[in-house]
Design a protein around this ligand. Structure first.
Ligand SMILES: *Cc1c(COP(=O)(O)O)cnc(C)c1O
Length: 371
């Protein structure tokens, strides 16, 4: 059968391995499995969010409020914006998809960092756009400016901070770049990990209201999947000018998030304390990962997120390390598919992190004894 030819160039997105896989393949007790592969919140979600899910369970026969009035009102208040500046997606992933459908066709190009969120490229290829990547793995603003001027892409992705590497542009660098773009270029600022970056360093904090005031060609993306701990509910949002949001609504399917997801997100917004505490705990544990890496002479990329990327030397491969941990019930992310001998580890709870350190040390000892 013939399919859309654009799909031939797409490699299926490899999601973090689920706990169920280890239960099936290695017979490991699910309670002993540590999943640090998808940057989820190890502390779960706000009790207010889980209570909202339980309270609304009887409503699942009804479609949700498609205007998402209350969630938009909550976000409007949080960000000092109007509901007309907000669109809700099934994860911020879906907003990325809307943006590319809204701006691109087969003559378009899309600019991004060489090593960044894989879905930018996948959705861009679905609409037939040409992908332009910076030579550097991580975000380098002068490379972005140079390639922007050369190709005049329809869409540019800035992942601030960047997944899977963890580095983060300063707010000033983001502004410097946007100020050089044409009003017809859509600049997507993906703030999936902004809660962590802001807590660590004020220079990295992006204020969506300020950015929308200054620039009309920007959309800011946020998600409930990371710091808010609602990855399983699939809720994200885009913040932009009324004009951009109106267009994106032409692409949004009706009822694109479920009623329980909607209620969970509304309640999660009322518990900023939960977010603050888990971000704080994560930053504290991050320090242990840095100390561990230094002690064991492992290179790492300083991170403004809830994960850390270890760059491995030539003595062993990321696949060997990931497989070793997998057999012991710990799931981390192999970055081999990005062309790097590196792994990405989500910062877990203290006992989980302790176990990771133990196992990696065992692995390193084991390797040394073989040489
Ligand atoms: C996790 C993530 C998202 C979106 O996640 P959703 O669960 O779809 O909201 C977007 N961008 C980056 C960089 C991410 O890491």
């Amino acid at each position: 059968m013939n399919f859309n030819r654009e799909l031939a160039n797409i490699v299926v997105y490899e999601a973090g391995k689920p706990i169920e896989l280890l239960v099936r393949e290695f017979g490991i007790d699910p309670n002993h499995i540590i999943k640090l592969a998808s940057n989820e919140n190890p502390y779960g979600c706000s009790p207010k969010a889980s209570a909202a899910i339980e309270e609304n369970i009887k409503k699942v026969s009804l479609y949700p409020d498609d205007s998402m009035f209350e969630l938009k009102a909550g976000l409007a208040q949080k960000y000092a914006l109007k509901s007309e500046n907000i669109i809700i997606g099934s994860g911020s992933d879906q907003i990325i998809e809307f943006c590319l459908h809204a701006k691109c066709n087969q003559k378009s190009s899309v600019l991004m960092a060489k090593t960044t969120f894989a879905m930018y490229e996948i959705y861009a290829k679905q609409v037939g756009a040409k992908i332009i990547k910076t030579p550097s793995h991580s975000h380098n603003i002068s490379e972005f400016i140079q390639l922007y001027k050369l190709h005049l892409p329809e869409v540019v992705f800035l992942c601030v901070p960047n997944n899977p590497l963890g580095e983060c542009l300063d707010k000033n660098q983001v502004y410097e770049f946007i100020s050089q773009t044409s009003p017809d270029t859509l600049v997507v600022i993906d703030g999936a990990y902004q809660e962590f970056a802001q807590a660590k360093d004020k220079n990295k904090a992006i204020n969506p209201a300020e950015i929308l005031e200054k620039f009309k060609n920007v959309i800011y993306l946020g998600t409930f999947s990371k710091a808010y701990g609602l990855g399983g509910m699939r809720v994200g949002y885009g913040l932009a000018s009324d004009e951009i949001i109106k267009i994106l609504h032409k692409i949004r399917p009706p009822f694109n998030i479920g009623i329980l997801s909607l209620e969970a997100a509304i309640s999660a917004l009322k518990d900023e304390e939960f977010v603050k505490n888990s971000v704080h705990a994560t930053l504290k544990e991050m320090q242990k990962y840095e100390d561990f890496a230094k002690k064991n002479a492992i290179d790492f990329i300083p991170s403004w997120t809830n994960f850390i990327t270890f760059i491995l030397n030539d003595n062993f491969s990321s696949t060997q390390l990931c497989d070793w941990l997998l057999q012991k019930g710990v799931i981390i992310r192999n970055l081999k598919s990005y062309g790097m001998n590196a792994v990405r580890i989500t910062i877990g709870k203290p006992d989980q992190n302790h176990r990771v350190f133990e196992l990696i040390e065992e692995f390193l000892d084991h390797r040394r004894s073989q040489h």
